[in-house]
Design a protein around this ligand. Structure first.
Ligand code: BES
Ligand code: MN
Ligand code: ZN
Length: 498
């Protein structure tokens, strides 16, 4: 059974049902609506707070089971810290904290979205509700036995009491769309590679049609015709055929050049003939996290009817060793006409992206291109799992991405590009080679991509450290994180709509 979280917005006057959740500041003060409900409990909360040394610190919680005087099974007080320090992102997190505190067995809960000094803005309450959806996600479709102690609650109806229902509902519509996009991306990353091979991945993108997205799926003959030999070379050792999917959402002015998002979709990366060691190889089912993000983002933009023209393009392949597999030493001619000597078949993501970037640039002449890829282990060495590596030929785009990262918590850190790095991928036999050696490995990978984007403003996000197995947080308990959907949705919302 899938997780089913039901969210409803109610007026402050509604009677609370089930688990009661309220917020207080770092002076243990409550908003008026919460005070009314808590009144019959007298000084219970004050005494419990003293006993637990609860100070209302941001994100901290106080739980009282069967609180005397209140007709609820459990009271959860969530500290928000100093009210004037609260940002949009703080509310997303508070939603995650609230969701995480609802006990697994609970079927109903009520959150009183009030604060001392007045109810939070409708947008902030909607942010909180989005945080709840992000936290409530579990990927359990392959578990035939369920443990009862699984958190968070799996089948719970949450009423969020607010000061103006209509305004919150309106603000929530777009955030609901974004959350759905993130959860779709997580699902795709979490799926096992025997189920989610390139053609199956491509078929799943058809679901975006119901939101008004145009979906084109290109098969091997179509890509051969286009000359996408770098992408096809990666997939040629697999029993599963390669695919490219092009998604288009036209919510902006007719004829305006689109913004474009490109994703690496290596559904499984064994390394190919340059095979990877066995330990941890199962994680390489997530080597399509860039593509998953692009699909989740396109759905989010369409579902919230973003006023933008956007293209999403993903290259879907499986990198396998086989009698037909690509060899080290092979030279492929890309769609752009440039040739690449394969030194290491495990440096396959850049080969896929080289063709998809060129294709998108040539066909759509986009305003900018952002690609996402779990491209290199080297970026994990450099940045760990906290920031994605960002490489860009455009300062404005970089600054906008950096700001969007700070606002959403999906952070990026800009890395260098330059001719000194570029020359490390010059090849003895072809225009370039697909690896530049161990030193600066994330940078030389980016330099190869840069050779396929011409002058178009472009940013490459290396999400090897953030797309999966990234740190758990109040809003993410999933292996596949869905990283990038909120970041890029924010980039579009802040700069490219209307
Ligand atoms: N998909 C991997 C990169 C990766 C590693 C992503 C760990 C997530 C976690 C990529 O295709 C790869 O194998 N890169 C090689 C490149 C090398 C052969 C030049 C790497 O990083 O070791
Ligand atoms: Mn690889
Ligand atoms: Zn890979």
């Amino acid at each position: 059974m899938p997780a089913s979280l039901t969210l409803d917005f109610l007026p402050f006057s509604a009677r609370p049902n089930g688990v009661l959740i309220v917020f207080c500041d770092d002076g243990l003060k409550f908003g008026g609506a919460a005070r009314v409900v808590l009144e019959p409990a007298g000084d219970l909360i004050k005494r419990a707070a003293e006993a637990e040394r609860f100070k209302g610190k941001h994100g901290s919680t106080l739980e009282i089971v069967a609180p005397a005087g209140l007709a609820v099974p459990r009271l959860i007080v969530i500290g928000v810290g100093r009210v004037k320090d609260l940002k949009a992102e703080s509310w997303v997190k508070l939603g995650g904290v609230a969701m995480g505190k609802i006990p697994p067995a609970a079927t109903e809960a009520t959150i009183i979205a009030d604060l001392p000094g007045g109810a939070p803005k409708p947008e902030r309450v909607a942010d909180m509700a989005m945080g709840m959806r992000l936290r409530a996600y579990v990927f359990d479709r392959y578990k035939t036995k369920r443990k009862d102690d699984q958190t968070p609650a799996q089948h719970v109806k949450v009423g969020i009491a607010v000061s103006g229902v209509a305004a919150v509902q309106k603000a929530f519509a777009s955030r609901d769309a974004i959350a759905s996009g993130v959860l779709l991306a997580r699902d795709l990353v979490n799926e096992p590679p025997n189920i989610l091979f390139p053609d199956e991945f491509a078929r799943r993108t058809n679901a975006l049609k119901k939101f008004g997205v145009a979906v084109e799926i290109l098969d091997v003959p179509a890509m051969k015709k286009l000359g996408m030999n770098a992408l096809l070379g990666v997939g040629q050792g697999s029993q599963h055929e390669s695919r490219m999917v092009v998604m288009r959402w036209n919510g902006g002015k007719k004829g305006l050049p689109p913004v474009a998002f490109i994703g690496k979709g290596v559904c499984f990366d064994t390394g190919g003939i340059s095979i990877k060691p066995a330990s941890g190889m199962e994680d390489m089912k997530g080597d399509m996290a860039g593509a998953a993000c692009v699909v989740g983002l396109m759905q989010a933009l369409a579902q919230r009817k973003a006023k933008v023209n956007a293209v999403g393009a993903i290259g879907l392949v499986e990198n396998m060793p086989d009698g037909k597999a690509q060899r080290p030493g092979d030279i492929v001619t890309t769609m752009s006409g440039q040739t690449i000597e394969i030194i290491n078949t495990d440096a396959e993501g850049r080969l896929v992206l080289a063709d998809v970037l060129h294709y998108v640039n040539k066909r759509f002449k986009p305003k900018f291109m952002v690609n996402l890829a779990t491209l290199t282990g080297a970026i994990i060495v450099a940045l760990g799992h906290e920031y994605a590596g960002m490489f860009s030929n455009d300062d404005t785009l970089s600054e906008r991405l950096t700001k969007a990262g700070q606002a959403t918590g999906e952070r990026v850190w800009r890395m260098p590009l330059g001719p000194e790095y570029d020359k490390k991928i010059d090849s003895k036999f072809a225009d370039m080679k697909n690896t530049g050696g161990r030193d600066g490995g994330a940078i030389t990978a980016a330099q190869l991509l840069a050779r396929f984007v011409d002058k178009t403003p472009w940013a490459h996000l290396d999400i090897a450290g953030t797309g999966f197995a990234s740190p758990q947080s109040d809003i993410n308990k999933s292996w596949g994180s869905g990283y990038g959907v909120r970041l890029l949705d924010r980039l579009v919302a802040d700069h490219y709509e209307k």
